[in-house]
Design a protein around this ligand. Structure first.
Ligand code: UDP
Length: 239
């Protein structure tokens, strides 16, 4: 198998840690974990290859730990380990629901995960297993949004799906401005010119430089993830 061989649509879903925490945004809510795994299996059953980058904000964030007095680098290491904890929970749930799943981590934690490796990751996706990429980029001072774009580029994904609490990218914050309008499609340049919030700038610049499409959609809307994953006209597409 060559590194560029890809027989199906291949997507990367960025799942924030907060989403796993449910109403409290802390820890892992079993029902949410289970529903998320069901959605992922549904996507796979529609012949779409699925990679997942999981955040860790439901457990630790380096910036918050720094505010409490901790060294930022150590805080970020704790944040990255939090993403591994979430990855372990998601792998367990996917396997319990009957899906093959491999958890790779940017940090080699041999006894519990596999060291992330792009070519091995592509082969895992090609054989139809879900690939969870945990541990962020492996470096402090980055976010899992950057990890999501980075892994999507490395794994030759067609699109990054970024779930939010609203229907996509708006002209203003829809929670604060009743006149905010939803964009169906934007270019990278328009996002920067209009100063729209999509992802942090490092993640966004990486997507722009490598032409990685980003689709922002409503994670809480029934069927939206499935539609976005299948290539439907969901949320906002940035390309
Ligand atoms: N993190 C990091 N480098 C990375 C990705 C994540 O240091 O490449 C740390 C950082 O402290 C971050 C935490 O891990 O706050 C959890 O990730 P993130 O905040 O992106 O999670 P999410 O908001 O998606 O739950």
């Amino acid at each position: 198998m060559t590194s560029s061989l890809k027989s199906q649509r291949r997507i990367l879903i960025k799942l924030s840690g907060e989403a796993l925490g449910g109403a409290t945004q802390f820890g892992i809510e079993p029902e949410i974990l289970s529903a998320m795994a069901r959605n992922i299996i549904d996507i796979k059953n529609r012949n779409v290859q699925v990679a997942l980058v999981i955040g860790g904000g439901n457990i630790f964030r380096g910036a918050a730990l720094q505010k409490a007095g901790m060294d930022r680098t150590v805080g970020d290491h704790m944040g990255m380990l939090a993403t591994v904890i979430n990855g372990l929970a998601m792998r367990d749930e996917l396997i319990r629901q009957g899906s093959e799943c491999v958890l790779m981590s940017a940090q080699g934690i041999d006894s519990i995960t596999t060291q992330y490796q792009a070519q091995a990751g592509r082969e895992i996706l090609e054989r139809g297993a879900v690939l969870i990429c945990a541990g962020g980029t492996g470096s402090p001072f980055f976010t899992t949004d950057t990890a999501a774009v980075l892994r999507a580029v490395e794994l030759h994904c067609d699109e990054v799906l970024k779930g939010t609490k609203v229907d996509g990218v708006y002209s203003a914050d829809p929670f604060k401005d009743p006149n905010a309008t939803l964009y169906k499609a934007l270019t990278y340049k328009e996002v920067l010119q209009k100063e729209l919030e999509v992802m942090d700038l490092t993640a966004f610049a990486l997507a722009r430089d490598h032409g990685m499409n980003i689709r922002v959609f409503n994670m809480t809307k029934e069927g939206a993830l499935l539609n976005a994953a299948a290539g439907g006209d969901e949320g906002t597409l940035i390309s």
